[in-house]
Write a protein that binds this ligand. Structure first.
Ligand SMILES: Cc1cc2nc3c(=O)[nH]c(=O)nc-3n(C[C@H](O)[C@H](O)[C@H](O)COP(=O)(O)OP(=O)(O)OC[C@H]3O[C@@H](n4cnc5c(N)ncnc54)[C@H](O)[C@@H]3O)c2cc1C
Length: 447
C-alpha cells in the first residue's frame, strides 16, 4: 500500500534514527507541525534488533549508556528493564584473566587475577567474582592471587585521575582542552605503552570502531565521561527498545515508514511516495545519504564494526563483564556473555555471546572462534555460530579537529542536518544533534 503524504507541512524530517526521533520530540513539544519520512520499514536506523529462534540479535553489539545526558532527558529508562553489565572489564593475558575494576570505583585496587591455566586443564575454566575472591567453577572459594597486573605501576592511578577529570570537569572545559588523537592524549596523561596495548586499545577499538586510536581526544573525553558517570546495559526487549522509547510519545500518524526521500531543495522534499512542501527540511539520515541529499556536506569517513553471535549451553563467564584481549593479537575488540546481563537475549537453557571486531575486514568465523577459545580459556567447539553482523558504516570516524562536538546543523535557506556525524559518534551524539537541530528550526520558523 502506498503511504499517503500530506501536500504540505512546516518541517519534513528525513530519517527516523535516534537523531530524527529526538528532533521530532522537540518539534512536537513546541507544537511545530512536522512529518517524518523513514526509508526503512522500522524506526531506529543503526539501532535495531532481530528476534531469531528465541535469541535477540542486535544489529551489531551496542549498549545503552545511562550516563548519556540527552538520553536520560528524553527517555525514562526504568520501563526498558536494563540488564546491567558489571562495571570494569576482564583482560586476558597469557594464562591469566585479570579483573580491571572501574577506575573510579576502585582506583587503588590492583588488578585481581585468577589463574585459569590449572582450571582450564581440568576443563573448568569458568569463574565468578565475589568481591576480592574468585570462584573457579567446580572448585572451592580461593583467595585470588596477585600474580601480575595489566599495565605498569602507576597506570591505574593515572587512569583513575583521567576518569575523575572527565567525570567531574564541566564538559566545556574538557572540550576547550588542546585536541589531539586519542593515542596522543593517552600518552599525554602519562599512561604506559603496556596499559595502552593491554587494556585501552582493545577497549576503545570496540567503542570507536578503529584500532589506531586516531579518534579525537575530545570524543574520547566525552566517552570516558559517560562511562565514568553511568552504567552500561541492554534493554530486556533488545537494543531496538531504545529508539522505540524515544518515539513512544510521538503520534504515529506523523511518521511514515517505507518512504525514502529521493531529493530535496529548500521548501520541497521529493520522496518515493510523492513530494511534500515545507518551510524547513531536516536531513537526519545516515552520513552517506546525507552527503547525497546535501552535497555541500561532503563525504564522512566511517568506521566498521562486526559482531559474531554464538550460542552456548555453558556460559564461559558467570557474570556479565566484557572480556578484552590483552595479548596484542589485534583481532577481537571485546567479547561478552550478553544473556548474563539480559537473560531475555537467549532462550531458556542457552547463553548468547557477542564478540566485536573493529575495522573494515571481518575475519572468518573459525578464526574468531579460535580466539574465543584462547580468551575464555576453554574449548568452544560445541558453540553454535548463530550469525555474523557486519556493519561497514557503523560510526563516523571522528578525527581531530572535532572542536566542541557541535558541527553546524543549520545550513541556510531552511535546510538543516542532524546525526551522529554532527556531534560525537554515539547514540548521545545522534540524540543531541537532533535536539539541537530542532531548536534551530524552531528559531528559524519564528524569525
Ligand atoms: C555495531 C554498532 C555498535 C554501536 N555501538 C554503540 C554504543 O555502544 N554506544 C553508542 O552510543 N553508540 C553506538 N553505536 C552508534 C549509534 O548506533 C549511532 O551513533 C546512532 O544510532 C546514529 O543515529 P542517527 O540517527 O544519527 O543515524 P542512523 O541510525 O543511521 O539513522 C538514519 C535513518 O535515516 C534513514 N534513511 C536513510 N536514507 C533515507 C532516505 N533517503 N529517506 C528517509 N530515510 C532515510 C535510515 O533508514 C535510518 O533509519 C553503534 C553503532 C553500530 C552500528
Amino acid at each position: 500500500m502506498t503511504a499517503e503524504l500530506p501536500a504540505q507541512t512546516d518541517v519534513v524530517i528525513v530519517g527516523g534514527g535516534l537523531a530524527g526521533l529526538a528532533a521530532a520530540r522537540r518539534l512536537h513539544r513546541a507544537g511545530t507541525p512536522w512529518l517524518l519520512v523513514e526509508a526503512a520499514e522500522r524506526l531506529g536506523g543503526r539501532v535495531g534488533t532481530d528476534s531469531v529462534d528465541g535469541y535477540l540479535i542486535d544489529r551489531g553489539f551496542q549498549v545503552v549508556n545511562t550516563g548519556y545526558p540527552r538520553l536520560s532527558a528524553l527517555v525514562d529508562l526504568t520501563p526498558l528493564r536494563l540488564g546491567l553489565f558489571t562495571q570494569g572489564v576482564m583482560v586476558r593475558r597469557g594464562e591469566t584473566l585479570h579483573r580491571m575494576a572501574h577506575p573510579l570505583r576502585d582506583p587503588f585496587g590492583a588488578a585481581r587475577t585468577v589463574l585459569t591455566g590449572l582450571a582450564d586443564a581440568a576443563g573448568v575454566g569458568r569463574l565468578a567474582h565475589t568481591g576480592n575472591v574468585g570462584r573457579v567453577a567446580g572448585g572451592a572459594l580461593a583467595d585470588v592471587p596477585r600474580i601480575s597486573s595489566v599495565g605498569r605501576a602507576g597506570d591505574r592511578l593515572r587512569l583513575a585521575a583521567l576518569a575523575a577529570r572527565c567525570a567531574s570537569y564541566p564538559a566545556g572545559r574538557l572540550l576547550a582542552a588542546p585536541e589531539t588523537s586519542t593515542e596522543a592524549a593517552l600518552r599525554r596523561a602519562g599512561l604506559s605503552d603496556r596499559i595502552v596495548e593491554e587494556l585501552l586499545r582493545p577497549f576503545l577499538s570496540g567503542v570507536f570502531g578503529e584500532r589506531e586510536l586516531s579518534t579525537s581526544s575530545h570524543v574520547f573525553a566525552m566517552i570516558v565521561r559517560s562511562f565514568a558517570r553511568g552504567r552500561i546495559g541492554l534493554p530486556a526487549a533488545g537494543i531496538a527498545a531504545l529508539p522505540e522509547a524515544v518515539a513512544a510519545p510521538l503520534p504515529e500518524s506523523l511518521i511514515v515508514l517505507g518512504v525514502g526521500a529521493t531529493s530535496l531543495r529548500p521548501g520541497l522534499v521529493r520522496t518515493s511516495a510523492g513530494a511534500v512542501r515545507c518551510r524547513a527540511v531536516l536531513v537526519a539520515t545516515d552520513p552517506a545519504t546525507a552527503s547525497v541529499l546535501l552535497p555541500s556536506l561532503g563525504r564522512v569517513r566511517m568506521n566498521a564494526l562486526t559482531t559474531y553471535y554464538h550460542s552456548t549451553v555453558e556460559p564461559p563467564l558467570e557474570e556479565p563483564i566484557p572480556l578484552l584481549d590483552g595479548d596484542r593479537r589485534e583481532l577481537v575488540a571485546n567479547t561478552v556473555v550478553v544473556s548474563r546481563a539480559a537473560p531475555s537475549y537467549a532462550p531458556a537453557g542457552r547463553h548468547l555471546v557477542a564478540t566485536s571486531v573493529a575495522g573494515p575486514t571481518a575475519p572468518p568465523e573459525p578464526l574468531v572462534r579460535a580466539e574465543l577459545a584462547r580468551l575464555y580459556g576453554r574449548p568452544v567447539d560445541d558453540w553454535e555460530h548463530l550469525t555474523t553482523v557486519p556493519v561497514p558504516e557503523a560510526l563516523p570516524a571522528a578525527l581531530p579537529p572535532q572542536g566542541r562536538l557541535r558541527k553546524p546543523v543549520a545550513l541556510g535557506e531552511g535546510l538543516f542536518v542532524a546525526g551522529d556525524h554532527r556531534g560525537s559518534p554515539s547514540a548521545q551524539g545522534a540524540l543531541a544533534s537532533g535536539w539541537r537541530a530542532a531548536g534551530a528550526i524552531n528559531r528559524y520558523l519564528e524569525g
